[in-house]
Ligand binder design. Sequence first.
Ligand SMILES: [Zn+2]
Length: 289
Amino acid sequence: MRVVSETQGELMSVGRTWQVTRRLVRQGAIALSAAAAWLASLAWAADEWADWRVAGGFVCRADFSLADCEPLLGELAHLQEDLVRVLGIPAAEERIELYLFRNEADYRNYLSVCFPEVPYRRALYIKRGGPGVVLTFRSEQLATDLRHECTHALLHAVLPMVPLWLDEGLAEFFEVAPELRAFGNPHLSKVRWNARFGIRTPIAKLENKGSVGEMSGVDYRDSWAWVHFILYGSAEAHAELVGFLREISANVPPGKLSVRLRHRIADLDRQYLAHFRGWTPRNQKAGKM
Ligand SMILES: [Zn+2]
């Protein structure tokens, strides 16, 4: 999830389960000021963290030993390469900072001091002028949360904007381990079941979601489904997405992806449904994504 500060044109993205409303966004100057002070304090205290690693474009600091996290950090370093290869976007040149807490209590404590107005969530991504920052704590969902938030961070490091539904759909797509992207995402079974009955959500409906507070769990799943179709189900849709992101990168108004896809693919809905009806490991030779 993400929140855009409408007053300063700055971007603040937050953990995917945050329910931040537009009202709160309009009060964002308060939260952003607190965030700025807090992030500055994080930087000052950088040498006091128990451990740190550099992995690709990420600098990770933690208040516990990161030895057990090295495979995950190595995977995150490859996430950048995957986004560049799959989406055709430039590689992020700016550093992205990760701050990991040893337990939920310490993490909650930090958030309660710096973001008292914002409902608690497991993971947080902030970008405000300087480097993007991801914060979370050690949990069973750590890998998923880091892949999800770091996808947001890498996208927003090189793109001036990303439509909300697409931002979340991509984060959901890349939040699972690479070998699970094609067939192992928990969303797949329900989407495939719906497709059997001709049920799908038009992209245009997802495009109308203006804030994270309007995004339900079903909207996350449907956003993931369209990303999955675009990346695996149609070379034409994939090419359209790459062109769409290229225009955003070049600050060219890209229009709506739903309109572009329908213009290029006359039977878009039929192709979407056919993709998921036939999407099983048995009869598909899924390319690596
Ligand atoms: Zn998200």
